[in-house]
Design a protein around this ligand. Sequence first.
Ligand code: NCD
Length: 335
Amino acid sequence: MEVQQFNREILNDLFAEADRMQIMCEYLDDNHVSGEDKKWCEGIWKKMAEKRIALLFYEPSTRTWSSFFVAAENLGARVMAIPPARQFSSVVKGETVKDTIAMFCGYGVDAIVMRTDKEGMAREADEAARASGRTVSIINAGDGAGQHPTQALLDLYTIKRFYDNELKKNIHSERINIAFVGDLANGRTVRSLAYLLNKYQDSEKLEFFFVSPSVLKMRDDIKEYLKKKKVKFTEYEKLIDVANKIDVFYMTRVQKERLGGIQVDYDFIRNNCSITKEVVKKLKKDVIVMHPLPRDPAFGEIPEWFDNDPRAKYIQQAENGLYVRMALLKKVLLG
Ligand code: NCD
């Protein structure tokens, strides 16, 4: 699964389903739900009781793992949660992803949510699932430094809800200046979101501002893609230089585990690619500041003192992950 496979219609359909999933969560919280909504929830639970979802993670995760787990449970599916694969499974003994997936397919799972630590493993897993001859969906929950499609879905959903609910504007008629800030070379979330935004918003209504130290610049594949799609983008090293132009800030941490020997000047990042008091003074009133989390206090890309600012949306963003992942699992397994 890569984000290029989505289009505006599929996305709006998924987002409408995510809105509805909030009603299911209310029902699960013992709140009163009636009529069509009640019937809809119960219909899903009945069908989902026959489905089994496996969670197979080769890399650390807090939000993605737990929100998929809760999403699957809320939908009433059976969950097979494999302990961290790199420590406790036969991967330690050298087993290939192909063999692992072939075996799970034989256990009757309907979907495997996978986080991998090497780019391309998600595709290998997909091929293995197809080769099994059974109907098993592989859901990419982060593929090394490659993509993180479900994060991009929840990020876009968060942006859309901000335009719908807070700005009361139709996102498609607005011009969006979005800044991607931090480790743009190794962050898979920015890569997926850059592709996905382009699938959702007309090119002339989008402008990207890539802010990073020169050693962590956005990779060429994304820049080539944007050129081909005629989306304007510019590159900067200092957030302060663009702070007053931006509508959506997407902050990221340095992906220390993927640097492979590159020397990063951390003081430079702390001073120039982070939310500082000087940056805040320049922000527009109606902006949204996002972060896929985890943030890294060592660099303070978003310092805690900013958390109470109404423009800080990263906690809501993480919560939205639950609704979007419920919607996605429902679509994948029940249509
Ligand atoms: C991100 C990831 O794993 O790529 N985290 C997440 O899924 N929310 C971002 C990161 O690790 O920096």
